[in-house]
Design a binder for this molecule. Structure first.
Ligand SMILES: [Zn+2]
Length: 271
């Protein structure tokens, strides 16, 4: 049993989403979250969750998209809230929300505003989506690119520990800081943990308490070793991420598999 907590089946190009999902659901205990990036894909994910009982949807506006919503932040938040209220049975979290300083230069040129302004807009949008999650009692998914300290500061300011750190790429020192402030938050491990050169992330996966770990594919992107460069990622490859974590840790394989699966069910309130 596997819970791929982060996938975009509707973005796959090599296979149809039906084939991908049927392949994954051969094990009927498997679960999958279909992740939105904007208002349109939020609707797509809800439809997918309605069609497949093992698929759960998220809603949210991604930081590299949020600049398109500057003039209508309040309106788009209201739309997200309305989507949730009408489809609460199918929605398990708000995401992807994050700060992304990796693209700050190109975003500042594209929208003809300063880099500081881009950062400020992303921060405002992040805070407002955290506040919406608090109001709706939903977990949030945080993606961080080159912005870990700013994200931690906002999480502490907002006092919201019901989050998972998507694509965890920081070192053990930052993981300790997160867990010191928010002992029940989750760190999300993805294909990079299968890569030989990522020892700092493997150290985190080997060291933090098992109760704080969940796994994801981010498919169709980010194919794990050994399929990297050969085929599109898909939810069944979650097994590769899990195997790597089993190799890295001391607990028995059964305990790791069951605990990570249960962590995901509990975090997203999925039965
Ligand atoms: Zn993603």
């Amino acid at each position: 049993m596997i819970y791929d907590t982060h996938s975009h089946p509707y973005l796959a190009k090599e296979k149809s989403q039906e084939v991908i999902l049927e392949n994954f659901f051969k094990n009927t205990k498997n679960r999958l979250n279909s992740i939105a990036c904007d208002l349109e894909s939020s609707n797509t994910c809800i439809k997918l969750a309605q069609a497949y009982p093992w698929v759960h949807a998220t809603i949210g506006i991604h930081p590299t998209h949020c600049l398109d919503y500057i003039a209508k932040i309040e309106d788009s938040l209201l739309k997200l809230e309305k989507l949730f209220l009408e489809n609460s049975r199918n929605i398990v979290a708000i995401w992807e929300i994050w700060l992304d300083y990796h693209w700050i230069d190109s975003l500042s040129q594209k929208y003809n505003i300063s880099q500081e302004e881009v950062k400020q807009i992303q921060k405002d949008f992040l805070k407002k989506q955290i506040q919406l999650a608090k109001k709706l009692h939903l977990p949030i998914v945080i993606h961080n690119r080159d912005s870990s300290e700013d994200i931690l500061e906002i999480l502490i300011q907002e006092g919201y520990g019901n989050f998972v750190f998507h694509c965890y790429s920081e070192d053990l020192g930052f993981a300790k800081k997160l867990l010191y402030n928010f002992p029940d938050c989750k760190l999300w491990f993805w294909w990079i943990v299968t890569f030989k050169s990522t020892q700092k992330i493997q150290e985190v996966a080997a060291t933090i308490p098992l109760k704080n770990i969940i796994i994801e594919t981010d498919s169709p992107y980010l194919t794990p070793t050994p399929y990297r460069g050969k085929e599109e990622n898909e939810p069944v490859f979650c097994e590769n991420v899990l195997s790597k974590i089993i190799d890295l840790r001391e607990e028995s394989p059964e305990k790791i598999r069951e605990t990570i699966y249960q962590n995901s069910l509990d975090f997203f309130w999925v039965l």
